[in-house]
Design a protein around this ligand. Structure first.
Ligand SMILES: Nc1ncnc2c1ncn2[C@@H]1O[C@H](COP(=O)(O)OP(=O)(O)OP(=O)(O)O)[C@@H](O)[C@H]1O
Ligand SMILES: [Mg+2]
Length: 413
């Protein structure tokens, strides 16, 4: 609250009668009137700590009502139970109360609907992209992070097989083992003895294994003991190095990331370094998937990474006689996909060829392409590349090329 008042200074001679305000008259008080624009400018300084943009830009301010000195705001948060609710609310109140002309502030908080939430998330992603830290990954490369709320569900197995299947579709594919100290990819691709080398500019070059550009801590450390030393290294720093100091090919269509189990530092670093990353969530068919879903969805929301879809792995076992055993329960994948509002991209059955492939270094999609798991994984890879088409294909030049091809085909009919 601020008043501009014309008062006589308390020092110096008293004014001559008639030359100033009369003794009986109250000092002239002029109230500063606050405007809609003033309020909006002040709200532009309130930043949603998670989404990194101001609440006006994010479309969270749904209404500003001014009645003299009292201001009523309607704010829509991304979700009603937003953990940042108190922080945003008190920030808004403090900013507005400090303004000249504002006497009282009332904030009505609501939640966005699905369409508004989708718009705000895509805005936050755009913002993250614009502010992304530079890496060696071409912004046009589609990044698919294979993750899960828990360990041992088949993330590494799927990363390797999806990378191989996507490469077999004719795409250029990179595979980054982001499980820094729990690396397992080199063994799964029969490359455990390979070592990465650096060029004269001190950039490390990925190993080309089975047609996939591969980087893993396992290709750098010399023995298990050195691997233990990496534990002391900040995980996010290691990921940063793999993205900045590796000479990844510029023309990669896809970069598949095998994420470590759980949610944490690596995911947040990934969102910061590669804001184009999209998550594929792996789960088992066990119905108790809700907790995992909540964790993954929360992490995705906090790092505003989109979830492309769910893959259910270890979806039962079918004998040669056709008898099906739902060893790990059923329905969890679909339930998780429904909870997250994304498609179920694949259901991969239990298959001894998968274990064999993991041990022998030949991914099942290559070694036993017609096996039940390989068939399902190849299909899942196809579905994924449809959901996340190569960005290069989306550029004008390739669109024109496709169009020209279609026209030529029509002319030939
Ligand atoms: N569909 C499947 N059929 C049979 N075995 C499978 C299947 N998927 C994964 N496995 C086996 O399950 C084990 C765990 O798989 P994997 O290492 O890929 O899981 P992960 O999620 O990466 O584990 P971690 O969280 O420890 O990194 C491996 O022995 C793997 O061979
Ligand atoms: Mg793993």
């Amino acid at each position: 609250m601020q008043y501009t008042a014309q008062l006589w200074p308390c020092w110096g001679p008293l004014p001559e009668p008639g030359s100033g305000p009369t003794d009986t008259a109250a000092p002239t008080i002029r109230r500063t009137m606050v405007t809609h624009n003033d309020i909006e400018s002040a709200l532009r300084r309130v930043i949603d700590p998670e989404l990194g943009s101001d609440i006006v830009d994010l479309g969270m301010v749904k209404g500003i009502q001014i009645d003299g000195g009292s201001v009523t705001l309607t704010i829509a948060l991304t979700i009603a139970a937003c953990p940042m609710r108190d922080q945003i609310e008190s920030d808004v109140v403090r900013k507005l109360e400090a303004m000249p002309g504002v006497e009282a502030v009332r904030v009505e908080i609501g939640a966005m609907d699905d369409a508004e939430r989708a718009a705000v998330m895509s805005q936050a992603r755009r913002h993250a992209r614009e502010n992304a830290e530079p890496t060696m990954i071409n912004p046009l490369t589609r990044v698919i992070a294979v993750s899960s709320g828990k360990g041992g569900v088949g993330k590494s197995t799927l990363s390797v097989n999806l990378a191989a299947a996507i490469a077999d579709q004719g795409h250029s594919v990179g595979l980054l083992d982001a499980d820094i100290w729990g690396f397992s990819i080199p063994r799964m691709l029969g490359a455990a003895d390979l070592r990465l080398s650096a060029d004269e500019t001190r950039k490390i070059h990925p190993a080309l294994v089975a047609g996939i550009h591969l980087v893993s801590t396992g290709l750098i450390v010399t023995d298990e003991d050195t691997a233990l030393m990496w534990r002391g290294l900040m995980l996010s720093k290691a990921l940063e190095q793999f993205l900045r100091d590796v000479a990844w090919p510029r023309d990669l269509d896809y970069l598949v990331l095998d994420m470590p189990p759980g949610t944490g530092d690596i995911q947040m670093a990934l969102a910061r370094l590669l804001p184009q990353a999209e998550l594929v969530v792996v789960t088992t068919p066990q119905k108790a998937a809700q907790k995992v879903a909540a964790r993954v969805a929360d992490m995705a929301r906090r790092s505003f990474m989109p979830i492309v879809g769910v893959i259910e792995n270890m979806s039962g076992f079918t004998t040669d006689e056709g008898k099906h055993y739902a060893l790990f329960g059923q329905g969890g994948g679909q339930e998780l996909a429904d909870d997250l509002g994304v498609p179920l991209v694949g259901r991969i059955p239990l298959d001894p060829y998968v274990v064999e492939g993991g041990d022998s270094g030949a991914p099942a999609v290559r070694a036993h392409p017609s096996g039940p798991a390989a068939t399902a994984m190849t299909l899942a890879a196809k579905e994924l590349t449809e959901l996340v088409p190569p960005a290069q294909d989306e550029t004008c030049t390739s669109r024109i090329a496709v169009l020209a091809e279609q026209l030529a085909a029509m002319a030939g009919d």
